[in-house]
Design a protein around this ligand. Structure first.
Ligand code: AMP
Ligand code: MG
Length: 416
C-alpha cells in the first residue's frame, strides 16, 4: 500500500511539460505562454480623443463659464477612422469623436456636454486643462515594452492585448491531447439501452468531459471488451495521437481485469494499492517510444472521478505548463459527523454551503459542509449532487460535527 502523496509524487516526477508550438490567437485560448511578448507598437498608436466633444487650444477656453461661454468656429468634423493629418489653428475648434485622432496643435477636448453642441460654431461653457480628455500616443504601452511574460495563461484579456500589439499568433505550451479508453465486457455505448447485465459507459463520457473542462483536448474511444489483444491493439492505435492516455476499469484483483493483466506485462506501468477511499487500485506508467503517460483508473464511477481529480488533473495541468493545483483546499465546518476508514485518506462526496461559521477549534470558516448521498463508490447520484470532496486524513476515523475539514472543490464547469 502506498500513500496518495507517494502516488501523485511519482506521477508528477514522470510527466513533462509539452514542447511549445506556435498557435493562432484564438486557438491559444487557455494555453500557457512560452515566450516573453514585447510590443511592436505604441498603444494608442496616435494621440486621440477620450470623449465626444470639441478639440481646442485649452488657452482659448480658459475664461469660459456658464454665464459667459466662449464661442469658437467649428472648422472640421473628425470621426473615429479619420486618417487625415489635420491642424488646428488657435481660436478655432473641431468637432471630434471618441477615438478620433487629435488634430495637430490641439491640446485638449471639451466634452460635448459642456457645450451647446453647435455645428458651425460652438459655445463652450467650461474651461479644460491642457491634456484633458486626450489619450496620448503610447499612454498605455510603448513600442518594445514587455507586455506579457512567458508562463502566464492566456485568457480573453491577454489575447486582446496580443492582438492590439500586432500579433496574430503566439508561442504557447499546447493543450495535452488525452485519449480516454473505457474497458469492460458489460459496457454499452451512451444512448443505447443497457440490457440485463450491461452498464452504460458513463465513465468514458465523464472522463472525456472532465478532460475538456480542465482545458485539455479529449479523444474518446468507445468501450473496449475485456480481451488482452483488443486492448493492446487499441492502445497501440491510439498512442499516435495522445500526449496521455486514461483508461477506466480492469485494474482490481478480479479475473478479466484486462488492463492490469496487459499492462503489467509491458513493464513500464506499475499497479499499486493506494491508501485512499474511494479509488484504491491505481496504475500509472508510460507507454510506447514517446513514453506517453498512462493513467489506469478503477472502473467504479466515483473511484474513477476521484482518481481523475486527485491524480490526473494535476498531471495534465503540469503538462500544459500550469500550476499543478490552481485552487487551494477550502476549510469548512462539518454539520453532521461521519465515520472515516482507518489508514486511508477519505475523499468524501459533500456539499459546501456558503455560511460564516466557527469550528469547535475556534477557526472561522466561510463554509459549512455536509455529506451527500451514500459513499459507495458506484453511487453516481451522490457524485452528481456533490460540489466538493472533503479530504479526511488517513489518521482520522471519526469526523465530528464542528470539526474543520479541508475540501477539494469540484464542479468548476470550465478551466478554459
Ligand atoms: P472494474 O474496475 O472493471 O472491475 O469495474 C468496477 C465497476 O465499475 C463495475 O461495476 C463496472 O461495471 C463499473 N464500470 C467499469 N467501467 C465503467 C464505465 N466505463 N462506465 C460505468 N461503469 C463502469
Ligand atoms: Mg471491468
Amino acid at each position: 500500500m502506498i500513500s496518495v502523496e507517494q502516488h501523485l509524487g511519482r506521477i508528477l516526477d514522470t510527466v513533462r511539460r509539452l514542447p511549445p508550438i506556435e498557435l493562432g490567437l484564438l486557438d491559444a485560448l487557455g494555453c500557457v505562454l512560452a515566450e516573453d511578448v514585447r510590443s511592436a507598437a505604441d498603444l494608442p498608436g496616435f494621440t486621440n480623443s477620450a470623449m465626444d466633444g470639441y478639440a481646442v487650444h485649452a488657452a482659448d477656453v480658459a475664461a469660459a463659464t456658464d454665464d459667459s461661454p466662449v464661442r469658437l468656429p467649428v472648422v472640421n468634423d473628425i470621426a473615429a477612422g479619420n486618417t487625415q493629418a489635420l491642424s488646428l489653428a488657435p481660436g478655432q475648434s473641431m468637432r471630434i469623436m471618441t477615438g478620433a485622432p487629435l488634430p495637430h496643435g490641439a491640446d485638449a477636448v471639451v466634452p460635448v456636454e459642456l457645450t451647446d453642441a453647435g455645428l458651425a460654431s460652438v459655445a463652450v461653457r467650461s474651461p479644460v486643462e491642457v491634456g484633458q480628455h486626450v489619450r496620448p500616443t503610447g499612454d498605455d504601452v510603448h513600442t518594445g515594452d514587455l507586455v506579457l511574460r512567458s508562463g502566464g495563461r492566456l485568457g480573453p484579456r491577454q489575447l486582446a492585448l496580443l492582438a492590439a500589439v500586432g500579433r496574430s499568433s503566439v508561442r504557447v505550451v499546447p493543450k495535452p491531447r488525452v485519449v480516454v479508453v473505457s474497458t469492460g465486457d458489460e459496457l454499452v455505448e451512451v444512448g443505447r439501452p443497457a440490457g440485463f447485465g450491461q452498464v452504460v459507459d458513463s465513465n468514458g463520457l465523464m472522463l472525456t468531459a472532465a478532460v475538456r473542462a480542465l482545458g485539455a483536448v479529449p479523444f474518446r474511444v468507445g468501450p473496449v471488451v475485456d480481451d488482452a489483444k483488443e486492448l493492446m491493439s487499441t492502445l497501440e492505435d491510439q498512442l499516435v495521437r495522445a500526449d496521455a492516455v486514461i483508461t477506466s476499469g480492469g485494474v482490481s484483483a478480479g479475473a478479466y481485469d484486462t488492463v492490469k493483466e496487459v499492462l503489467s506485462r509491458v513493464g513500464t506501468v506499475r499497479f499499486d494499492k493506494v491508501s485512499m477511499q474511494p479509488g484504491m487500485p491505481q496504475g500509472f506508467g508510460v507507454l510506447g517510444v514517446d513514453e506517453t503517460p498512462v493513467f489506469t483508473l478503477p472502473g467504479n464511477p466515483v473511484s474513477a472521478m476521484v482518481s481523475f481529480e486527485v491524480f490526473v488533473a494535476p498531471a495534465l495541468r503540469a503538462m500544459a505548463g500550469r500550476p499543478e493545483h490552481e485552487s487551494a483546499l477550502v476549510p469548512a465546518v462539518v454539520e453532521t459527523g461521519w465515520t472515516a476508514p482507518a489508514g486511508k485518506t477519505q475523499f468524501a462526496r459533500a456539499v459546501l454551503h456558503p455560511r460564516r461559521v466557527t469550528g469547535t477549534n475556534g477557526q472561522d470558516c466561510d463554509f459549512a459542509v455536509t455529506l451527500v448521498g451514500s459513499q459507495g463508490s458506484h453511487v453516481l447520484g451522490g457524485l452528481a449532487a456533490a460540489n466538493c470532496l472533503a479530504v479526511i486524513p488517513a489518521a482520522v476515523t471519526e469526523v465530528q460535527a464542528g470539526d474543520v475539514v479541508r475540501c477539494h472543490l469540484l464542479g468548476a464547469m470550465m478551466e478554459a
